[in-house]
Design a protein. Sequence first.
Length: 328
Amino acid sequence: MAFTLPRGFAPWLALAGMLLAPAVHADTAAGYPERPVKLALPFPPGGSADTITRSMAERLQAQLRQPFLIENRPGAAGNLATRYIAKAPADGYNLLVGVTGAMAINPNLYSLDYEPAKDFVAVSMVARAPVVVVADPQAGIGSIKQLIEQAKAKPGMLTYATNGVGTSHHLAAELFRQAAGLDMRNVPYKGTPEALQDIIGGRVPIGFMDLTASIPLVASGKLKALATTGTKRSPALPDVPTVAEAGVPGFAADTWVGIFAPKDTPRPIVEKLSTEIRTALALPELRARAQTQGLEVAGSTPAELQQFLQEESVKWKRVVSEAGIKLQ
């Protein structure tokens, strides 16, 4: 026998559902996490992004009483790990350690079957770091002003090292070149160590390099730090000016690390994760540890990170287009 609702009951049922909905959504995060949470990272172990993520994961494990496991998935310029999480279940147990290149640059360089800006929801920023412009001390380039003078005196002749075409360091160099109106040639290397060795050896006069890897070489005098590319001076190199201070007003090109989740991850879980991450990042010992590597810890709300990603995507799309960079 079919069951029929009493006349006039249906609207009350709908209203009850609406009133109960917030409680149901809140319960989604109440017991979270109930098992280990995975963080996929697009780099091998040992780098600055890996180190800060592990420090944060240790604190999250203590706060939420479940393991936060780092899964290193290097390869394909960061696309391997990014795609892996884009296609993973949106249940709060699959997170991406998103970085500048994979999230904001690669969509303009590669044919991808996902869109970082659409297929992920932002959780929290973790850390930011500038690129450092370094020079061989014997190259006769002691400042950004002298670099610009040499580049303009011999258009197309001044070379600079980066850790590969299309990387965040290469794009920071391209943004600098465009902002200063210079004609310089990129010498791409397979990695940062090889590039640094050739700058030290005098084979390439300058480079746009990873700050963490460069700090010991600057401290020992093997490299001269000309400027950093952030919006403010790096605490790791407080005496080194920013590019903007050194003669290119308005210039800024930070690299960054943030946590993202697949787009349909329940909002209460995203908000809970964001709050817990910001709590972890606020610890003085974690901040101090990050600073020794040239990282500035920078937690954020999901909305702040989402807006930042949109701004970064627009900026790097323009730089890639103006530079005419194409990758197969």
